[in-house]
Design a binder for this molecule. Structure first.
Ligand SMILES: Nc1ncnc2c1ncn2[C@@H]1O[C@H](COP(=O)(O)OP(=O)(O)OP(=O)(O)O)[C@@H](O)[C@H]1O
Ligand SMILES: [Mg+2]
Length: 315
């Protein structure tokens, strides 16, 4: 109802502007010409957007509904998703929603990760991860211009916005790169603004749990541990360190694992904390699998990987 009222108000505004007081309108015609056309296009755009809004099964608060609608509208209009079914998890930085895939996309379910605008505030050790990292602009291209880079560094308002896009682009491009390389990550589908669309792991009403929430059969632990280490190696072979790898960022489904959550991934070629971050990732994996009797030495695993990486043995 309120939607309709808002829409009527917008139309009224347009009506008043163009069919209202003709005398006054004529008098101010010239000076207002430019302003009118700008206002009209803004209003028209708003109306179009409202008409493009889609209704979905999930019924959150009005605020969240608008947030989801504006973040996922393009995916809906591009026939990628046809419905938003429920929220999978509301994290500190993003919410993940379970969506119904449009028949054209060939996947029944999709996960949509929508970042909060205040993302930057919550990213831990922002500068540590970003050190030496290539920044990407809205178009996904490297931001070469020094002013943009400085703005990001200073975290000015504009810089903040660029950084957010940059993190999300970075996560999506990393997913694309690693998925193509055969890593155990969800298949990326699309990225737009503050949202990433990817393969959904689990069933509609039973999203895959993270490893931390699972009680593994002790017999499957060694193989899963080895598989995750192979993924760490594969990432390194592509100059990537996850940098927040733990049992909280690995999904477990039907005996298989998928690594998620890549915004903070680093390139060790440009980040001089690369080894520290690699070691920490491996320590956390060892810590988790330790409870299943796997007795691995994280320092020697990390240094072995690292020296093979430095010798260029990964091809
Ligand atoms: N592709 C997916 N399929 C199913 N569930 C997913 C998928 N991606 C993420 N999730 C769920 O959403 C949660 C949050 O995702 P992710 O870790 O990428 O975001 P986050 O912002 O780091 O959240 P958190 O602060 O909780 O770690 C995951 O723990 C997982 O439960
Ligand atoms: Mg996470």
């Amino acid at each position: 109802m309120r939607d309709r009222n808002t829409k009527n108000e917008l139309w009224d505004l347009l009506d008043n502007q163009y069919e209202g007081n003709q005398a006054r309108y004529k008098k101010r015609k010239r000076e207002n010409k430019r302003k009118d056309s700008i206002e009209r296009s803004v209003l028209a755009e708003q109306l179009n957007k409202e008409e493009d809004n889609f209704n979905f099964t999930y019924q959150p608060s009005r605020h969240e509904q608008q947030w989801i609608s504006s973040a996922l509208r393009e995916f809906y209009l591009d026939s990628m998703i046809s419905d938003v079914l429920h929220v999978v998890r509301g994290g500190k930085e993003a919410n993940v929603y379970c969506c119904k895939g449009h028949p054209a996309i060939g996947l029944d379910l999709l996960a949509a990760k929508i970042y909060r605008p205040r993302l930057l505030r919550n990213l831990k050790n922002d500068s540590l991860y970003k050190e030496g990292r290539v920044l990407l602009g809205d178009d996904g291209k490297t931001m070469r211009d020094q002013r943009s880079q400085r703005a990001v560094a200073k975290k000015t308002r504009i810089g903040g916005e660029m950084s957010i896009t940059s993190w999300i682009e970075h996560e999506f491009q990393t997913l694309q790169q690693l998925h193509a390389a055969g890593a155990d990550v969800p298949m990326p589908v699309a990225q737009n603004g503050n949202a990433i669309l990817m393969e959904y792991i689990g069933e509609a009403n039973a999203p895959a749990p993270v490893l931390h929430e699972v009680r593994l059969d002790p017999s499957e632990a060694p193989e899963l541990f080895a598989r995750l280490l192979r993924n760490v190696e594969l990432l390194l072979a592509h100059n990537r360190i996850h940098a927040d790898l733990s049992s909280y960022n690995v999904l477990y489904w039907e005996g298989e694992v998928k690594i998620i959550d890549f915004p903070q991934v680093v390139d060790p070629l440009y980040n001089n904390k690369g080894y520290q971050l690699l070691l920490r990732d491996i320590e956390r994996l060892c810590q988790y699998f330790g409870r299943y009797g796997i007795n691995a030495n994280p320092a020697s695993l990390a240094s072995d990987l690292w020296s093979r990486y430095l010798r260029g043995e990964f091809g």
